[in-house]
Design a protein around this ligand. Structure first.
Ligand code: PMP
Length: 397
């Protein structure tokens, strides 16, 4: 084989990425052992039949050829209208590009804002693909640590420190990636935190990349998009997705919202990478976004219910601490009082009770001594698994 680029062979940073427990659970299931899987960020319901019907009729009506690379006018208008309504920021189709899911949008926004060797700042704990996405565009991940006792909200001093560290290493920081509601912590950044992030982005002349794929999964408080803060619209690239809001993970459709000029260049990138999103998928997304609030509420309802179940189960004991979670489909639990690392806890829980959770360490060093629980199994099984988890914690403590 001829030589591959350093850029592609170093996408995975090397070392243990913390997915051992997940893979072990998969092997156990393949061998016939029943495992309660609280690892995956995916609904336990499928895409609504009404959305599939829209997809089917669009395909049959002929929308199976190349679609417009920036997205269909119709879907771009729908996204623009939705963003305007939700944020109050005037948004038109020229501020929107449709992408094959939020992941492609993460790649494109980092590609658009970082040259080779620049630093893309990101907050620890983080969604699993973030560091690899940043390395894939040739940039360096600049890690901003957070603390459990701050509910993993970034502090201004840590942002400044990460900026200084990257400059000292001869790399220019260009972007700051934030994710609220957050995977893996379930935290939603309040107004103070979001304003501090926005000020840091301005002071250090950074693009703010705002991953808002969980923006419909808000169980407590309000979701604030940094794009709606005064003077920020020209500095923020918002990532949206149909995956979580409409249980359309497999359809691969999302978007980027940002300043017109930036979007124009992102269209150039799409022309030379993805070449757009299938027309029938876009038609289904457009149908879903116009289907009304009830559909979105129904899709989020199981997580809202299970969060209440978790509060009840966890509230009945003192050992396992929960990080205040206001949104998304995850709970971050503090298991440091058991004396185990997140990884050891998760491994032993899987071995002895056949319950799979993610070690906090797989989302970055800041989440060491924690585990992430995805609220993605049916209510009764979820309640039982959480109860067992707490008993297990008590037995090892
Ligand atoms: N961002 C976050 C925080 C996520 O959790 C995910 C998916 N789990 C994505 C982006 C990407 O989602 P998709 O590509 O399906 O839109």
């Amino acid at each position: 084989m001829a030589r591959l680029s350093t850029r592609i062979t170093t996408i995975n940073g090397g070392g243990d990425d913390g997915w051992g427990v997940f893979l072990k659970a998969r092997r156990m299931i393949a061998q016939g052992t029943p495992v309660t899987e609280l690892t995956i960020g995916e609904h336990d319901i499928r895409t609504d039949p009404s959305i599939l019907a829209a997809m089917d009729s669009a395909a049959r009506a002929g929308h199976t050829g190349y679609a417009m690379v920036p997205g269909t006018d119709r879907l771009r208008d729908t996204v623009a209208k939705r963003v305007t309504a939700r944020t109050g920021v005037p948004t038109t189709r020229d501020n929107v590009i449709i992408t094959p899911g939020g992941q492609a949008a993460l790649f494109a926004t980092h590609h658009a804002t970082n040259d080779a060797g620049d630093t893309a700042l990101m907050i620890d704990p983080y969604y699993a693909t973030y560091p690899g996405t940043i390395r894939a565009v040739g940039a360096r991940p600049g890690i901003i640590p957070t603390r459990s006792r701050d509910a993993f909200a970034p502090q201004r001093a840590e942002i400044d420190r990460a900026v200084e560290t990257s400059r000292a290493a001869g790399s220019t920081p260009r972007s700051l990636l934030v994710n609220s509601p957050n995977n893996p912590t379930g935290a939603i950044y309040g107004a103070d935190t979001m304003q501090a992030i926005a000020r840091a982005a301005c002071d250090h002349d950074l693009w703010l990349i705002s991953d808002e794929v969980y923006d419909t999964q808000v169980w407590e408080g309000d979701h604030i998009s940094p794009r709606q803060l005064p003077g920020m619209a020209d500095r923020v690239l918002v990532i949206g997705s149909m995956s979580k809001s409409h249980a359309m993970t497999g359809s691969r459709v999302g978007w980027i919202v940002g300043p017109e000029q930036g979007i124009a260049h992102l269209i150039d990138l799409a022309t030379n990478t993805t070449y757009g999103v299938p027309g029938y998928i876009q038609a289904a997304a457009d149908f879903a976004l116009n289907a009304g609030q009830q559909l979105e509420d129904d899709i989020g309802a199981p997580f809202r219910r299970r969060r209440a179940i978790a509060q009840k189960v966890l509230g009945a004991q003192q050992l396992v601490g929960s990080i205040p979670s206001q949104g998304a489909m995850y709970l971050m639990l503090d298991i440091r009082r058991t004396g185990l690392s997140g990884e050891a806890f998760a491994n032993r829980l899987l071995d002895t009770h056949h319950i799979a959770v993610m070690p906090g360490e797989s989302f970055g060093a800041s989440a060491a001594g924690h585990i992430r629980v995805a609220m993605t199994v049916e209510d009764t099984a979820f309640e039982r698994a959480l109860g067992t988890l707490c008993e297990f914690a008590a037995s090892v403590a």
